[in-house]
Write a protein that binds this ligand. Sequence first.
Ligand code: ATP
Length: 471
Amino acid sequence: MSGEEGARAASMEKIVALCKRRGYIFPGSEIYGGLANTWDFGPLGVELKNNVKQLWWKTFVHRRRDIVGLDAGILMHPRVWEASGHVVNFNDPLVDCKTCKSRFRADHLIEDKLGMQASGKTPDEMSAILREANMACPHCGNRTLTDARQFNMMFSTTIGPVSETGTKVFLRPETAQAMFVDYKSVVATSRVKLPFGIAQIGKAFRNEITPGNFIFRDIEFDQMEIEYFVKPDDGPRAFDEWLAAMKSWVKMIGLSEKYVRIREHEESELSHYSSRTLDFEYFFPGTLGWKELYGLASRTDFDLRQHQEFSGEDLRYFDQESGERFLPHVIEPTFGVERTILTVLIDAYDEEQTVDVNGKPDTRVLLRLSPKLAPYKAAILPLMKKPELTGPAWDLFNQIQDETGYQVDYDETANIGKRYRRQDEVGTPYCITIDPTTLEDGAVTIRDRDTTEQVRIPLGDVVPWLREHIG
Ligand code: ATP
């Protein structure tokens, strides 16, 4: 492991600790002993999450004339999941240990323990590989693993007061299907013309066999997805355009280029609906390594064709120019919110060796978050807790919120050094200090989180200064 990788491996644990300590992310249901692999976004986590979603919505819905939004129900008609192929195909290959009862994904065991590619292999093929390798249980070490069998990942529940007579429904495992199911209504009501997209942000649920690695693989998570409808011949061009748009997004949220790569799926690996898929992979610290961050898939007309057949509705698009009716093809860029947050935090985490006021070695922990995503854009810090300073500090706090809509923190407790460190640790890009001189010269000090450099500017210039630096 190189020095840098070592630092990144350590940083995963440190990030989990920081997230808990500073109110970003808490383990779910903690006072009841926790519910494994569920997470709650705390006061700062919810701000970061909202900022990610809002930036995405602004970028891909508001700023584009060719994409409209949707917010559909989590529960959908059970036939939706038959038509989409999820009832039959949304399976993971599961292996049990007969001794300790632990469960594993067969494909993960093959990839992680044997270094072989497993995607596209059938459960029988995977079982044969595991038997051949005489694979031991990673948990207890006994060689008592079962053969691989398919396990459907959809959570189900019942609508109706009595489970025996109620209707079995599924919690959606992806947001995508609603865009196909509502496609006809959107075309009829929104004046959209090909090519156009429908975007949605919302919860998805998957009964993952091996959730974990903090918020990397959850059983409940948020997706930001677009189904982009095109004329059948336009698929390849639209695919390339979306590849470029996704690369711009990755840059916009500030991820280091060297930790992101694009991997093309091999033919045997493609999902049942896809003719071409690319994964945006991120190099996660520790044992995770390169793993999927986002996906870009060409879904052809698979979904609309299936829903047309299962619902009996004509879902063909009428092209006024040519007078033809046809099923559009679909390009799907998909983005996980939790994986965005995790990668943004990993990339932002940094430690700097400094000396404290007494000259002793000290470590400054900071999150170099993009100002666009940081929960607080600025913190207002009166140097002392005296009304002549706290009064103007609150005035500035209110002025910034009113005029920019930026979320701003206010802190008058502890010495100024401690308050700076607190803000560094949660990623606040700018600290604005009001001191006794402010009352004389009407100026404030703005400290930069990344460089710790300070500038002094007139109070009246603070709002334009922030606008210029945050955007
Ligand atoms: P993986 O190969 O990691 O299981 P996937 O190929 O099943 O992922 P998709 O079905 O393409 O993932 O889902 C789209 C996006 O949703 C992913 O790129 C990822 O960002 C996110 N995602 C998928 N599963 C999870 C999960 N269990 N927890 C958190 N995010 C997820």
